[in-house]
Ligand binder design. Sequence first.
Ligand code: ADP
Ligand code: ZN
Ligand code: ZN
Length: 755
Amino acid sequence: MPSRFIKPSDVATLFLYTAGFNFTLNFIATGMNTLVSIAIPSPLRRHFDYLWPAELTAPRPGERVLVPFGNRRLVATVLDSLASSDVPTKQLKSVLERLDQGEPAISKDLLALARWAASYYHHPIGECLQQILPVALRKATPPKIATTAWQAHGNTDELAPLPKQAHQQRALLKAIQQNGQLSRRQIKDMGFSNSVLNALIKGHYLSPCAETTPAPPAPQPPLTPNPEQAAAVNTLTAALGRFERFLLEGVTGSGKTEVYLQAIHSVLQRGQQALVLVPEIGLTPQTLARFEQRYPGQVVALHSGLNDNERYRNWQAIKHGKAAIVLGTRSAVLCDFAELGLIIVDEEHDASYKQQDGWHYSARDIAVKRAADWSCPVLLASATPSLDSLYNVKQGRYQQLVLQQRAGDAKPPSQRLIDIRQQPLDEGLSPLLFKQIEDTLNAGNQALVFLNRRGFAPLVQCHSCGWMAECESCDARMTVHFNRRELRCHHCDARGALPSHCPQCQNSSLTFQGPGTERLEMALKRRFADTPVIRIDRDTTSNKGSMQTLVDRIHNGDPAVLVGTQMLAKGHHFPDVTLVAVVDIDGGLFSPDFRAGERTGQLLLQVAGRAGRGDKPGTVLIQTHCPDHPVLQQLVHSGYAGFANTLMAERELMGLPPCSFMAVMRCDAKQLSSAEQFLTTVSQGLQNHKQCDIIGPLPAPMARRAGRFRCSLLFQAAKRSQLHTALNQACHVAEQQRRLGDLRWSIDVDPIEMF
Ligand code: ADP
Ligand code: ZN
Ligand code: ZN
């Protein structure tokens, strides 16, 4: 074996040798060991050093390997080759196996993204990489992509003839020959069993082939853009090829989607890919359909309904540039692209872009980072932009594009507050509201009744002794689900039977307090017995395809009452809805979270935006006990822009985000005292953080959830760098602490919730 020249990096090891360490001859003969630093999917915020097997070619950053870790074997990712390690070589373990024979699973681009994310979000890089990888690649065994179609072997004459009695096999072979190829599904549908197919495969009568997809239908032509749409498309198209950030503010129904579709045309002409992020595909099947109709055969959808193999296949198609348009939810922002040319974040204000557990990333913010990496434009769009993005416009970082007109002939809806103080209410609905729904139905239109609370009633109480049904594991009340005769906790999903008697005093006078969508549905059915009442919430849409069925019923255009939660408020285009009734908005006006006002306003305008989207004018009615509340007054009279300005002024005055930077360290444990103690120690362990305010530990308003007590330490600073310095220290102190059994902690940078 030829000996190598000694590189500077080997000096450290040589020093060990000359200092009398016990090295074997074999080691010297094969040259120095190659060391690698590895990212392991573990909660530790560090890299791990391993020896690289001598028989392998040089390690490549981003490739997956199998490593021993404790008494387990884990799939991990190579970060770098190392010159030296702080750990003595003989204590290092060796990588067991290389898993990526071809190119590394994690591309350079994604590896850089993971490194950036780990430091920005103060999250272990191994866990970031784990999430970036499709599930199929998180396992050591490579995913088997089942062959989808079979054709007859080129020269069947060379093969032994099929046995005389093998009638089934002969019939299947003949069918395949006649059709050219048949897919597994087709074969099954023809009634052939797997064993017949397998016998033919084993005898080499068949060879696998790619399933030919039917030729895509002709694309739908683009709409003629109005002047505002044309201006937005032109500005975007002109920015292709360089990093620019845009905020598109377009009232609901102003034709934002048409802007995306037309801008994407230019992206495809440049041979590049477009990424379109949406909050939830299942909720808006129409959006996906519109993309597919305009660009048949070129759209890949990434959403939670796919299984691991489907996801992996899509990931491959995107990586190799076979998918031109990627339409996906939050995690689609972590895809590996061949040539990314434009990113669009639809409904950019939506909370679902922020991951709420583990790695607390914001897909919207990562979208901007990725656009910078790919030198391409990014378009954030919403009818109700987040204050974060509006602030970026104000600071001159984002360029503003505006669509003020509704597309086509649609007119903005008129809005009105209904003062329900002292009004007789029937299951939460006022007489005026019923009257307006009736008029709407009589005119042949549809009415939408919105309440952001599912179930029958949020509280069941004994009228005799005052007992209330409470969750055993949370500081919360159980919600009544009447149809299922169940009590459910909406925080931990605990379930129990709906009692017929009070468990405390055995009295049967139980009362249900407050409305939920199920209760509204019942009241509306009673009142409008001849009209379909269609309820859309998590309970009626949990089965696959059920959302689509309900949406189709709405689209047939017959008079109907739609009742539902925010699932009904987002993104839908129901041209026959002319009345939107908001049952209860007051809850959102009084909340300890400083973002509550922003969220309530956004939701209200999103719901309102469902009214009058076709050629018929729309009306929005808002029931309230506080008709003079400034937030409501402003929303109704000066629209979102004025409302957002007021909120922004408040945030500036109080130095709250987006005018400052925030992070939360959360901790939860079986005992409140241990969680509090942990955060107190972290807070006390921080030094020289004068430029970062540290507040807490504060117990969460609902301190106990699913049997665990939760509290938070808030970090707030005027500059990002100050925040990160304090967080680095905090993570260090937290990791040094001995963790008591079940205690868990996490960091959330740019949180959208405090607790
Ligand atoms: P948004 O995404 O802003 O809510 P959409 O893109 O869904 O709005 O458009 C609302 C409706 O207006 C859709 O039915 C769409 O087909 C139609 N529309 C959009 N742009 C035009 C246009 N330029 N001419 C005619 N109709 C349009
Ligand atoms: Zn009782
Ligand atoms: Zn609970």
